[in-house]
Write a protein that binds this ligand. Structure first.
Ligand code: RIB
Ligand code: CA
Length: 310
């Protein structure tokens, strides 16, 4: 089995950090690069947090390209109320031993995709600004992109407004570029990630996995869990981003439906809504595989097994 080359585009964020660890521990994946984007916190902090995670897992071979400090056409909206001022409050991670690559996110994406002998899978788990910029600046490289598996959107209610999920809300114009790119796209939205909650049983299992599991449990327990309880009344936090990575490792953990997804960019109340044509009433051609079901147990087994590898 040849590992699938992937690039993670991240805005760490507690769940991004766990997603990065899953990707680095999964033998099915070859993490060619990490690119950072402003989202949960500022670009400076998401970049630093990505460097901290890679330093912790010992992947000093993986370049980190810093990307967009703001959305394409909007004022940045962040989520310190969930992730804390640092973006990883409460995390027991060492100071980074890595520095960002000399290339920015788009240049790094272009070099990795342009030079890869195998088509590369993009796994964006933050606002889609970097991916949109890359697709627009390097249209010819689209032919060497295998698929885009993104954490974002929602068929149903949002989490940052009643209509919109955070990643798409922050940069709806970028999300529209990605959904209209014509690339094979899987939308891993709140409809399924809300099932991926790390409760007492999962936390106990994580803590039994050694250093990476202990850190992941810490990420899920401390600040992030409390913030989710306070903000959404949830007993346990959903590890949104790790579901997108696990779905690349094993697509069968998701049940998906092919449908048209449009992104609302003009609405006031509905800015950033992923308008999913579940019943095909628009007649628009499907542009995404949208996740409608998650095999929760299989997801966590992939997470546990990957973290045990680190
Ligand atoms: O809505 C959840 C998404 O927004 C996750 O990617 C989380 O990290 C934040 O970026
Ligand atoms: Ca994220």
């Amino acid at each position: 089995m040849v590992p699938e080359p992937v690039i993670l585009d991240v805005d760490p964020g507690h769940d991004d950090a766990i997603a990065m660890m899953l990707a680095c521990g999964a033998p099915e994946l070859d993490v060619c690069a990490i690119t950072s984007v402003a989202g949960n916190v500022s670009l400076e902090k998401t970049t630093r947090n990505a460097l901290k995670v890679l330093s912790f897992v010992g992947r000093t071979d993986v370049p980190v390209g810093a990307g967009a400090a703001a959305p394409l056409a909007r004022v940045l909206r962040t989520a310190e109320h969930i992730h804390g001022e640092s973006g990883l409050d409460g995390a027991d991670l060492p100071e980074p031993v890595l520095v960002p690559d000399g290339r920015d996110a788009v240049r790094l994406m272009a070099d990795v995709v342009g030079e890869s002998p195998e088509p590369v899978t993009l796994i964006p788990v933050g606002p889609l600004t970097n991916v949109a910029n890359f697709l627009e600046e390097h249209p010819r490289l689209r032919q060497n992109i295998r698929r885009v598996v993104l954490m974002g959107g929602s068929i149903g209610p949002g989490n940052v407004t009643p209509a919109a999920e955070f990643n798409v809300y922050v940069d709806p114009e970028a999300a529209r570029v990605v959904f209209e790119s014509g690339l094979p796209t899987t939308m891993v939205g709140l409809d399924v990630t809300r099932e991926a909650t790390a409760g007492p049983e999962e936390l106990e299992r994580l803590r039994s996995l050694g250093r990476a599991g202990e850190v992941a449990a810490g990420l899920a327990t401390y600040y992030y869990a409390r913030a989710y309880r306070r903000t959404y009344g949830l007993a346990a936090p959903p590890i949104h981003d790790a579901v997108a990575v696990a779905a690349v490792v094993e697509p069968a953990i998701l049940q998906t439906r092919s449908m048209r997804v449009d992104v609302e960019c003009e609405g006031v109340l509905t800015r950033g809504e992923t308008v999913c044509d579940v019943y095909g009433v628009t007649g628009g051609s499907p542009n995404a595989e949208v996740a409608v079901g998650l095999d929760r147990e299989a997801f966590f087994e992939i997470l546990f097994r990957s973290l045990e590898e680190i």
